[in-house]
Ligand binder design. Structure first.
Ligand SMILES: [Zn+2]
Ligand SMILES: [Zn+2]
Length: 172
């Protein structure tokens, strides 16, 4: 087996020789994949505006090919690609608005805290019983330890009543 040429844009490989390579690199599908690859790094808004500002390429839209490919001064934007781009722009816009909303929420933590504190003082915030009880550490016995008959006490978690009698001190 001779050398093979692998094309990243097309995720395709073929026996490498100058003719094959030249034909592939000139191929419509390859040019399209290459352009789509680079477009994916560009801002979809700019790509869309750019394409819409050009007149449609009659060659490309009627036959699916155009000798100028990437260098064509007319637009090769298909309806499918246009829909894709519009969707991307919309998603970006939505993400931006969400981020803005999150920021606005973050701006007022003091206000939120004082609101909560005044509620708490008026007894409007309920502290449930579980929250009042001291949090006891939870121990998990690994399955292979649990299988040992009569294990030594040192590998077992301390009994709950012992834990409850301890004073836990917060670190810090
Ligand atoms: Zn290719
Ligand atoms: Zn063209």
């Amino acid at each position: 087996m001779g050398r093979r040429y692998y094309c990243d844009y097309c995720d395709k490989s073929f026996a490498d020789n100058p003719t094959h390579r030249k034909n592939h690199l000139k191929g419509v599908q390859h040019q399209r994949n290459k352009k789509a690859h680079y477009d994916s790094f560009r801002n979809p808004e700019i790509v869309l505006q750019d394409e819409l500002s050009k007149r449609p390429c009659k060659n490309f839209l009627s036959s699916g090919t155009c000798n100028f490919m990437d260098n064509c001064k007319f637009s090769h934007l298909t309806d499918k690609r246009r829909t894709e781009l519009e969707k991307l722009v919309e998603e970006k816009q939505r993400a931006k608005e969400q981020k803005k909303r999150n920021l606005e929420d973050d701006e007022a933590p003091d206000k939120k805290l004082s609101e909560w504190l005044s509620k708490r003082l008026k007894g409007e915030v309920k502290v449930n019983e579980e929250e009042k009880a001291p949090l006891l550490p939870v121990y998990e016995i690994p399955p292979h330890v649990a299988q040992i008959p009569n294990p030594p006490p040192s590998i077992l978690p301390p009994p709950q009543d012992v834990l409850r009698g301890l004073n836990f001190v917060d670190w810090g």
